[in-house]
Design a protein around this ligand. Structure first.
Ligand code: AMP
Length: 430
């Protein structure tokens, strides 16, 4: 299928073509025609499926073709995090570059002045996180009576993050007559119950990309002693094919240490985690996107919602404790049809995490021994047979390492990111 077949207008087709999209993704095929017809939508899909374009393109088209004179926003998109809101805002700019639709992105943690300015200048589409939007509504800077399109993105995460009351307050201010789109990665009962209050006679679309995505990723594991991980990392990063790399660490201070170590070794790297200000994170992400820094060291929470194209490698400097988090991490590469590689470092005390991951993905990850830092003792830490039969029961952690004796939330809670709806939720979902 082609974008033309979806009845998208030429300026939008041109924009997606310039982005290098040759064909719509399944969610785009299924949602765009229905949304152009004016239907409500209940979508079960997550990031990586092309869902942003699936709702942004029809909204841009409808706003463009049905011009109206108002200074108030006509489309409202709510997202749970500032990173996601910023990314949706960026997609609107990219897909909308030939239709001249104004937009504003609103989120907390930064000065409200530029956002207020953008609203007063007139924004046809507003992308917002709920808290800051409510603030600005209460201050009289934004009026929702002209909203024709309302999108709730990552609704399950919004509920988990405790945004329900804010969202309800926002919905009360929307006109009854509108087109509503509800996206969630899961459709648990409470999510569906909430969706029912929002969408009317919706088209249902379910996309489950997880397996095919993981299958496209070339996965490997390097057994290495903990103290040799830095040397192995520098060794691997010297390869020219390591073009754009995200390195995952469990804890903020490890992410910092790894980034510092790389910079000392002459490899430019930025760390992003919850202790960094929004401004610092945005700068790091921009540098990473532009390619002036090719290595980003991230914690799981900070990496949420990051969508950078062309990530060639994901490196698990430390294996996550929840196998679902592994799947989510490696999904950063091989986006939308591209190929990607995921490399995991595994020391003796991480063997049980590896076993849990392999059980979940129903495959054994290829072991790479041909490197100067291979550790036989790490590889055999669980008493696995040398023939490569590596399933079996782990002996548990050794040495009472800094990850805290098997507690799910880590022994040094102050450093491991998580908190409120933290990694547990993310793990469950993906
Ligand atoms: P999303 O699920 O919206 O976060 O999109 C995931 C990634 O897929 C983004 O990097 C998009 O730029 C990319 N993408 C979206 N639609 C297409 C498409 N039709 N063809 C290729 N890439 C796409």
């Amino acid at each position: 299928m082609d974008f033309k077949d979806l009845l998208l207008i030429e300026p939008l087709q041109r924009a997606v073509k310039e982005e290098g999209y040759t064909a719509p993704t399944p969610i785009q095929e299924q949602t765009i025609p229905a949304l152009l017809e004016g239907k409500d939508l209940l979508g079960c899909a997550q990031t990586g499926t092309g869902k942003t374009a699936a709702f942004v393109l029809p909204i841009l088209q409808k706003l463009h073709l049905g011009r109206k004179i108002t200074r108030n926003p006509r489309a409202l998109i709510l997202a749970p995090t500032r990173e996601l809101a910023a990314q949706i805002g960026e997609s609107i700019r990219v897909y909308g570059k030939y239709v001249r639709i104004s937009s504003a992105v609103i989120f907390g943690g930064v000065s409200q002045n530029p956002q207020v300015f953008a609203l007063h200048r007139g924004a046809e589409i507003v992308v917002a996180t709920p808290g800051r939007l409510l603030d600005l509504m209460n201050q009289g800077h934004v009026h929702l009576q002209d909203i024709e399109f309302f999108v709730l993105d990552e609704a399950d995460r919004m509920l988990d993050m405790g945004f329900i009351d804010d969202i309800k307050k926002i919905i009360q201010r929307l006109p009854k007559k509108r087109q509503s789109l509800f996206f969630s990665a899961t459709l648990e009962a409470k999510v569906v119950a909430f969706a029912r209050t929002l969408v009317h006679d919706p088209v249902h679309v379910t996309i489950t990309p997880e397996k095919p995505t993981v299958e496209k990723i070339q996965q490997s594991v390097y057994f290495v002693q903990k103290e040799k991980k830095d040397a192995l990392l520098v060794h691997l990063l010297s390869r020219p094919e390591m073009k754009r790399v995200i390195i995952f660490a469990q804890m903020k201070h490890i992410a910092n240490k790894v980034a510092e170590m790389l910079n000392h070794s002459g490899i430019r790297a930025d760390a992003i985690h919850g202790n960094k200000s929004q401004g610092a994170r945005t700068v790091s992400l921009d540098r990473f996107r532009r390619g002036s820094v090719r290595v980003l060291v991230a914690t799981d929470i900070a990496a949420r919602g990051i969508d950078v194209e062309g990530i060639s490698h994901v490196i698990n400097y430390e294996l996550p404790m929840e196998p679902e988090t592994y799947v989510h991490r490696i999904g950063r590469t091989a986006r939308a049809g591209a190929e990607g590689q995921a490399i995991s470092f595994c020391s003796a005390h991480e063997r049980h995490s590896l076993i849990a991951i392999e059980r979940m993905i129903h495959q054994q990850i290829q072991v790479i021994k041909e490197h100067p830092f291979h550790s036989e003792s790490a590889m055999h830490a669980t008493g696995a047979a040398p023939s490569g039969q590596r399933f079996g029961r782990g002996r548990g952690r050794r040495g009472g390492g800094r990850r805290g004796g098997g507690r799910r939330d880590g022994g040094r809670g102050g450093d491991r990111e998580g908190g409120r709806s933290g990694g547990g939720h993310e793990g469950r979902r993906r």
